[in-house]
Design a protein around this ligand. Structure first.
Ligand code: SAM
Length: 284
C-alpha cells in the first residue's frame, strides 16, 4: 500500500510531515487553497495555502489560549468580535461563558466555515449558538466601518501575514481595533513564532505597531506541536486591564469551566518569556 504524507515547509530548510489516510477535500476558493485530510496521529485537519490551520489533536491548545486569558482578565466582557476563526474553535470556547451576550465572527472565506461544519464539527459545533452572528467579509474593512467603542474584546484568529491575512497585521487594522474597542477593551492577536527568523520578523513588526497604540501590551506563549517550531505567541493589548495584575483568577476558577490546556497557573506562567524572546520584544 502507498504511504500518503502531507508535507509543509516550515522554513526553506525544515519540513514537517504527517502521514495521512485520506485527502478528504481540495478546492481553490475565491481567497485561498483549502485542503482537508484525515490522519491517524492528528485526526482530521485542514490547511490553507499549504499551511496547517487546525487539527483535532492540538486545536484545544490554541483555542484555550486565544480565549481564556482575556476572559479571566475581564469577566465582564459582553460583546466580542472574532476576526477570521472560520473553523469555529474560538467561538466554541467563547460560547461557554454565559456572561457573553454577543459574538460577531467576521470571516473572509465562507467556504472555510461550511467545510469545517461538514468535516470538523469538533470546532464548528457552536457556530449556531443564538448569540453568534457570522459575517462573511474582510476583517480589515469591517473594523474600518464599525462604530467607535463597541466591543469589549477582539480576538484576531487569522492566517499568517500572507494572502488574505496580510492586512490583519497592518497599523491601520490595529488602529481601527483600538477605535472600536470600549475603554476597557482587550485585543488578542497572532504574534507568530519567535523561533525561526522569518516568523520572528513578523512577530516584532506586529508587536512594535501595537506597542505604539495601546497603553498595556504583553506577549504570552504556548506550545503548538503542528505550527512551525511548536513555540507560538499571542499578543495581549488593552486600554485598561493588565492580564497579570488585574486578572481575577479565583473568580475564573469558580466558573468551573473544564479546560484541557488553560488553567490559572498557565495564565500567569505563559507571560514568563525566554530571554531571547524578551530581547526581541525590547528591540521591537
Ligand atoms: N488557528 C489558525 C492559525 O493560526 O493558523 C487560524 C485558523 S482560522 C481558519 C484563520 C482564518 O482567517 C481563515 O479561515 C481565513 O479565511 C481567515 N482570514 C484571513 N484573512 C482574513 C481577513 N482579512 N478577514 C477575515 N478573515 C480572514
Amino acid at each position: 500500500m502507498l504511504d500518503l504524507w502531507y508535507t509543509e515547509n516550515h522554513t526553506d530548510n525544515v519540513r514537517f510531515s504527517i502521514k495521512t489516510n485520506k485527502h478528504i477535500h481540495s478546492e481553490q476558493s475565491d481567497f485561498q487553497q483549502i485542503d482537508f485530510f484525515e490522519s491517524e496521529e492528528f485526526g482530521t485537519f485542514f490547511t490553507l495555502d499549504g499551511l496547517m490551520m487546525v487539527n483535532e489533536k492540538d486545536e484545544f491548545v490554541y483555542h484555550d489560549m486565544i480565549t481564556h486569558v482575556a476572559m479571566a482578565t475581564n469577566p465582564n466582557i459582553k460583546k466580542v468580535l472574532v476576526i477570521g476563526g472560520g473553523d469555529g474553535g474560538t467561538v466554541r470556547e467563547l460560547t461557554r461563558y454565559k456572561s457573553i451576550e454577543q459574538i460577531d465572527m467576521v470571516e473572509i472565506d465562507e467556504r472555510v466555515v461550511r467545510l469545517s461544519q461538514e468535516y470538523l464539527p469538533i470546532t464548528a459545533g457552536k457556530l449556531e449558538d443564538p448569540r453568534v452572528t457570522l459575517l462573511f467579509e474582510d476583517g480589515l474593512a469591517y473594523v474600518k466601518n464599525k462604530e467607535e467603542g463597541y466591543y469589549d474584546l477582539i480576538l484576531v484568529d487569522s492566517t499568517d501575514p500572507i494572502g488574505p491575512g496580510e492586512g490583519l497585521f497592518s497599523h491601520d487594522f490595529y488602529n481601527n481595533c483600538f477605535r472600536v474597542l470600549t475603554d476597557e477593551g482587550i485585543l488578542i492577536n497572532q504574534h507568530e513564532s519567535p523561533y525561526y527568523p522569518s516568523y520572528a520578523h513578523e512577530m516584532k513588526r506586529a508587536h512594535s505597531k501595537i506597542k505604539g497604540l495601546f497603553p498595556i501590551t504583553r506577549v504570552y506563549q504556548f506550545h503548538m506541536p503542528t505550527y512551525p517550531s511548536g513555540h507560538w505567541l499571542f499578543g495581549f493589548a488593552s486600554k485598561k486591564f493588565d492580564p497579570l495584575k488585574d486578572a481575577d483568577l479565583d473568580a475564573w476558577n469558580k466558573l468551573g469551566l473544564k479546560t484541557k490546556y488553560y488553567n490559572t497557573d498557565i495564565h500567569t506562567g505563559a507571560f514568563a518569556l525566554p530571554t531571547f524572546v524578551k530581547e526581541m520584544l525590547n528591540d521591537a
